[in-house]
Design a protein around this ligand. Structure first.
Ligand code: DC
Length: 222
């Protein structure tokens, strides 16, 4: 199977890019952040405090499945689909607090590797090129200036009720970048063989085209 990995900073547009590449190549996408987010929702239903004991108990017998409905990815945790609830600010923060726990990452890593074994796919997250799929065919590391990323996010949500200010979004983004890059387990960093793409001055279409061309140069798609 052909495996493409996309890692990168919060709000760098990894998910949209992954979908664009997958559409161009007729591959599947795997948004691995959605798994950590769904686990955060399930965790919050049972526990009020994040600590090693609670995480160990939570993850021990949990069953996580990935399903696609009309190409939309759903993560099912012990039979429950949290998809409508995973994009809130609270769950963004909680997922970044629970994701450094190794036992939890081991569970998600197994799921990701099983997926990549059976599909030509674009898998996006933080540690995909470095840890989850070190032998992937092409690895991208996507970034953009933090203010550009905050502005893009602000533009996406500014008309929604109670949407955060630009400054709040920037602060949250910095905090989450810091957590991702400085955690002891699976920190965010480019794999040695990753191609780094800074999208600060690039449109989504340009970024998709650049990535698809690189993939076509490196991989035989027939
Ligand atoms: O990409 P995202 O914002 O949806 O990810 C949600 C959280 O999950 C984020 O705080 C980092 C974590 N995450 C991770 O640790 N490893 C991944 N491969 C993907 C996401």
């Amino acid at each position: 199977m052909i495996n493409i990995t996309i890692d990168g900073h919060v709000g760098s547009g990894k998910s949209t890019l992954a979908k664009g590449i997958a559409k161009a190549l007729n591959f599947k996408t795997f948004d691995t952040g959605a798994v950590y987010r769904s686990l955060a929702c399930a965790f919050r239903e049972k526990y009020t405090e994040v600590n090693e004991e609670n995480i160990n108990e939570f993850i021990k017998d949990i069953k996580v499945q990935i399903k696609f409905e009309n190409d939309l990815q759903h993560v099912i945790v012990d039979g429950e689909d949290f998809t409508p609830y995973i994009r809130t600010e609270e769950i963004s923060m909680l997922s970044s607090v629970i994701s450094p726990y190794q036992v939890l990452r081991d569970k998600v890593t197994t799921l990701q590797r099983d997926f990549a074994r059976v599909y030509n796919c674009v898998v996006e997250g933080r540690d995909i090129g470095t840890i989850v799929l070190p032998d992937a065919d092409v690895k991208f590391f996507i970034t953009a200036d933090e203010k550009v990323r905050a502005k893009r996010r602000f533009e996406q949500i500014k008309d929604k009720k109670d949407s955060p200010s630009f400054e709040e979004i920037l602060k949250d983004l910095r905090e989450r970048d810091y957590k991702d890059e400085h955690r002891a387990v699976a920190p965010l960093k480019p794999a040695n063989d990753a191609i780094i793409i800074d999208t600060s001055d690039m449109s989504l279409e340009e970024t998709i085209d650049r990535c698809v061309n690189i993939i076509k140069e490196k991989v035989s798609l027939n």
